[in-house]
Design a protein. Structure first.
Length: 273
């Protein structure tokens, strides 16, 4: 295996959304105030939709188990037991989205690890099908990142199926993650990516992708030099990309109409300031 430098976010600034004046003001805050302001914004956005967010407790384990059974594929739902939920809540955190009934309409869980980079591992992001399409996945994922920052974690990680394009779009395009590793045949899981997001004010604020800027970047830069377009089903090609490669997948070109296909976009493994 080759030795690589510490993973960072590899997204050209030219493809990322321009920060709003409020975002720039928020970036200047000390970390604790930044986290509180960011949480307040998420809570207010959810409130407008008649939703609230809170930490899960042990009393939520059985309702959560029911929600997971209805929200995920059977093989995915069976991977999380009440014991797992207890462990997530006890040693990490669980987050719930609730409507006014109240009923659970979204969830995500986290387990922290005392690794050198203080990893916070995200698992089982789920949104009720009746609430898909309004960025709730992004909101609950960001809120989990903020809690992890409060507890001293430095990096957020997760595993995602290579063809779970709704979640991939949220992670890469909307929430600013990258895919730092690729596993074409992970035992018991199949083909998956390891996703990563540094838990810093900058990376939580400045790494979401603007579709029109991404399209312009691809039009005026050189394929194979400044970026690479990759078929998600090209297992051998993606494997080669991650074997001591100079590129890392950091964006998704999402299928928009019949006859078009999802494509990954990789960028040089160099920090773009």
């Amino acid at each position: 295996m080759c030795t690589r430098p510490a993973i960072k976010i590899y997204k050209p600034r030219e493809i990322c959304k321009d920060p709003t004046p409020e975002a720039l003001r928020k970036l200047k805050l000390p970390e604790k105030k930044f986290i509180r302001r960011f949480k307040d914004e998420i809570e207010k956005e959810l409130s407008v939709r008649g939703l609230s967010i809170r930490l899960a407790t042990f009393a939520d384990i059985l309702p959560l188990e029911t929600f997971i059974q209805t929200c995920f594929k059977p093989e995915e739902a069976s991977e999380v037991s009440p014991y797992d939920l207890f462990r997530f809540i006890q040693f990490g955190h669980g987050l719930l989205l609730e409507n006014n009934e109240p009923s659970i309409v979204g969830c995500v869980f986290e387990i922290p690890y005392d690794t050198p980079d203080k990893v916070s591992f995200l698992i089982r992001l789920g949104i009720d099908k009746n609430y898909v399409g309004v960025n709730l996945g992004k909101s609950i994922m960001e809120y989990s990142c903020l809690i992890a920052m409060e507890h001293g974690s430095k990096v957020k990680k997760a595993v995602v199926d290579f063809d779970n394009f709704p979640q991939i779009c949220i992670m890469l395009n909307k929430a600013g993650w990258i895919f730092d590793s690729y596993y074409p045949d992970a035992p018991g899981m199949g083909t998956v990516f390891s996703a990563l997001l540094p838990l810093s004010k900058r990376d939580l604020t400045l790494t979401a992708i603007a579709r029109e800027k991404l399209e312009a970047y691809l039009a005026f830069h050189i394929d194979g030099v400044d970026y690479k377009i990759i078929d998600p089903y090209d297992t051998s090609g993606i494997t080669r990309l991650y074997q001591c490669g100079d590129f890392v997948i950091a964006a998704l070109i999402k299928q928009e109409a019949s006859g078009t296909a999802n494509k990954f976009v990789a960028f040089p493994r160099t920090r773009q300031e």
